[in-house]
Design a protein around this ligand. Structure first.
Ligand SMILES: *Cc1c(COP(=O)(O)O)cnc(C)c1O
Length: 393
């Protein structure tokens, strides 16, 4: 069915799906590594691109293709490229669009391994990287060099919940001939559509909101520019960062409920944020839906809702953070985010423990900071769990 003229909720369910020989209601798992050609001519046409038949699963597969077209449709993009993980998406984009002697400007609060792979690995191949606070546009402009190729942003940032103005970054990118890449993992296309705001490439760890059930890892890249799609797919296929058909099936299943999951989670998140804001042991709460968020106006402008991610600070600092982790029971003490279950973690002692004190400070990761991904459980139970945890801090 053609779905481009249909609404977002309809596309969640139907975009990318195709009719098979049996009239399957859902896209089946094509768990096949290779595909038989009808003739020598057909095989030749598949390789030359004259026919869009499938060849080999690292290059393409019907189940994976359905997911790629589904997410591309949700992001209002032309084509999608599915990858084995979010990091597979990020490294494929870097590999395709950076080269020896080129320079990338990225956010200092970017997903840790997305920074680490630039500093530790791409640097060995002559790629230069500068990390700035992309919430301050002047810092981006000041970092531009003649060899800058990419501007890479994540908004809201993890775990500081600071926002970056996507449309303003798109203008800077256009004026300076940079490619703007947005990691849209924290929002999903339900809340934010970077391509509509002028970004060139949008990518996701579908491990998080898009799949939403904490049972697979995966990534997807979407662009509107055929040349960028071609280059990125080429690198993904050569590096073997492809998704697996079963993974794609799981994500196709998860994405169908994206809208209703996010609606419930952000309803819960608003109540949790309001509870935390008035709690005497909590020193600050950063949630884009609170009027106290310094970029509340930008959140209203570029997001269709405020999401379910937040961070907050404890008066008792590092030790209070550790104590709270040991006294919650419903919230899972775990990394990752965007699932149906509430997750809590303490970045200073966990995800960001390996970062130097200067870089931690620059990225706004203070010792008292707790990160919360609010799930779709009964909100009364989530708040009661946090209340009893805080009582022990
Ligand atoms: C988790 C995450 C990634 C990495 O994704 P994986 O699927 O774990 O490889 C990238 N960006 C953001 C914002 C993430 O939260």
């Amino acid at each position: 069915m053609e779905t481009q003229d249909k609404g977002f909720n309809t596309r969640l369910i139907h975009a990318g799906a195709f009719e098979d020989a049996y009239g399957s209601a859902t896209v089946p798992i094509y768990q096949s590594s290779t595909f038989k050609f009808k003739s020598a001519r057909h095989g030749a046409d598949c390789f030359s691109g004259k026919s869009d038949g499938f060849i080999y699963t690292r290059i393409g597969n019907p189940t994976i293709r359905a997911l790629e077209q589904n997410i591309a449709s949700l992001e209002n993009g032309r084509d999608g490229i599915a990858t084995s993980s979010g990091m597979g998406a990020i490294t494929s984009v870097y590999m395709a669009l950076l080269g020896s002697g080129s320079h990338i400007i990225s956010s200092d609060a970017v997903y840790g391994p997305a920074r680490g792979v630039l500093e530790q690995d791409f640097s060995r191949f002559g790629v230069e990287a500068t990390f700035v606070n992309t919430s301050h546009l002047d810092q981006i402009v000041d970092a531009i060099r003649p060899n800058t190729r990419l501007l890479y942003i994540e908004t809201p940032a993890n775990p500081t919940m600071e926002l970056t103005d996507i449309a303003a970054c798109a203008k800077i990118a256009r004026d300076n001939k940079l490619i703007l890449v947005v990691d849209n993992t924290f929002c999903s296309p339900y809340l934010q559509k970077p391509l509509d705001l002028g970004a060139d490439v949008v990518l996701h760890s579908v491990t998080k909101f898009i799949n939403g059930h904490a049972d697979i890892v995966g990534g997807v890249i979407v662009s509107n520019t055929p040349e960028l799609c071609r280059k990125i797919r080429h690198c993904m296929v050569y590096m073997g960062c492809n998704m697996d058909p079963t993974q794609a099936f799981m994500v196709l299943r998860g994405v169908k409920t994206l809208a209703i999951r996010i609606e419930r989670a952000q309803e819960n998140a608003m109540q949790v944020a309001e509870f935390l804001q008035q709690h005497p042991k909590v020193s600050w709460v950063r949630y884009p839906g609170l009027k106290s968020h310094p970029q509340y106006a930008l959140a209203e402008k570029q997001m269709a809702g405020f999401g379910s991610m937040m961070s907050f600070g404890l008066h008792g600092g590092y030790q209070a953070g550790e104590k709270l982790m040991n006294h919650v029971h419903l919230a899972l003490l775990a990394v990752s985010l965007g699932g149906v279950e509430t997750l809590i973690q303490h970045p200073a002692s966990m995800t960001h423990a390996g970062i130097s004190p200067e870089n931690k400070l620059a990225a706004g990761i203070t010792d008292d900071l707790v990160r919360l991904s609010v799930g779709i459980e009964d909100v009364g139970d989530i708040i009661a769990d946090l209340e009893s945890g805080l009582h022990n801090v």
